[in-house]
Design a protein around this ligand. Structure first.
Ligand code: SF4
Length: 326
């Protein structure tokens, strides 16, 4: 969001990837086959420097997520790292996981750390569907892991919100109604739990099979909510351009462990992209014109066990806020 006083943009949501280029599954809609960075778990000193770099901007940052291109539960220190961020005052901590590593010990360490939101990605109600979309995952194990997490959350009297995320695509769209009903019966609105429906996307141009996976077709979306509100830091501390920049090759941006992350976020190239989006000229941006992430973000629907349905919240609200701030 833009600050009139200093004419700077600040991310509302930062992503610190503590596990880079390392995952337990090989999902068909992922850009994983394009990853070229060496697998890496963030070193402690880099982690601390990155957190310290964002400290002067704590009041602007609403959420901090500990994932990007990798499975975050492969980080043996993920619980203590979340606890450290919370100790420093970061709010809205969250991770997104494929739940393959969500063991009892890991679950307890996340709950003890005070994690605010756990996103679990499941892409079917049938084991065969999920395992086809997410090779490497064992459906029954991950469902058990998530149900155990719900039980442990109660025992620990923790407040972690659970978000069960479904990435809609040709292979699973018919299972959506049964999927939604099943998970809504397991979740609890007193924790603000939700089932989260999102549309598969192209990861810029990295998902070669996007067109055959997609279920929506074209739909105009001229502003990228991710780009305008989020900032991504890789496991070595270097800054990504956006969530489609899986290898850090889109632009040369510097390292948030050694440079001010807000200076990075206000480099000329960011300004240029923001201006073009503001004017509805996203199709003139070389990196964006074939990226379907904006359309995916504008097709999000959140379902609560209490019956409420929140459509397009994420994409639309970000766009409205952005246009108001221009
Ligand atoms: S639309 Fe552009 S800025 Fe947004 S994620 Fe795609 S490539 Fe990145």
């Amino acid at each position: 969001m833009k600050s009139n006083k200093e004419d700077l943009y600040y991310p509302k949501h930062i992503f610190i990837e503590t596990v880079g280029s390392l995952c337990t599954t090989n999902c068909i809609m992922c850009s994983r086959d394009k990853w070229t960075r060496k697998p890496l778990i963030m070193k402690d000193d880099i982690y601390e420097k990155v957190l310290q770099g964002f400290m002067p901007y704590l009041d602007k940052i609403e959420k901090v997520s500990f994932f990007n291109y990798g499975e975050p539960l492969l980080d043996p220190m993920i619980g203590p790292r979340i606890a450290r961020a919370r100790e420093l005052g970061f709010r809205g901590t969250g991770i997104s996981t494929n739940a393959t590593e969500l063991s009892e010990d890991k679950a307890k360490s996340l709950l003890d750390a005070g994690l605010e939101a756990l996103i679990c990605s499941i892409d079917g109600i049938e084991a065969a569907t999920h395992e086809k979309i997410r090779p490497g995952a064992k459906f029954n194990e991950i469902v058990d892991n998530i149900l155990n997490f719900i039980e442990l959350r109660k025992q620990h009297q923790a407040r972690t919100r659970l978000i069960v995320r479904f990435t809609a695509q040709q292979l699973n769209i018919d299972e959506w109604p049964a999927f939604k009903d099943f998970w809504l019966s397991k979740l609890d609105s007193s924790y603000n739990d939700i089932v989260f429906f999102m549309r598969v996307h192209s990861w810029g141009t990295a998902n070669d099979d996007f067109k055959s996976q997609d279920t929506f077709g074209d739909g105009g979306a001229y502003i990228c909510p991710d780009f305008l509100t989020k900032q991504y830091i890789f496991a070595d501390g270097s800054a990504a351009f956006c969530c489609a920049d899986c290898n850090g090759t889109f632009k040369d941006l510097g390292n948030a462990a050694f440079n001010d992350p807000i200076e990075i976020y206000n480099k000329a190239v960011f300004k240029k992209y923001r201006q073009y989006m503001q004017k509805g000229r996203i199709n003139e941006l070389d990196l964006c014109r074939e990226c379907s992430i904006p359309m995916s973000r504008c097709n999000i629907v959140e379902y609560s066990p209490n019956g409420s349905v929140n459509k397009f919240e994420m994409g639309k609200k970000f766009i409205e806020d952005f246009l108001k701030s221009c």
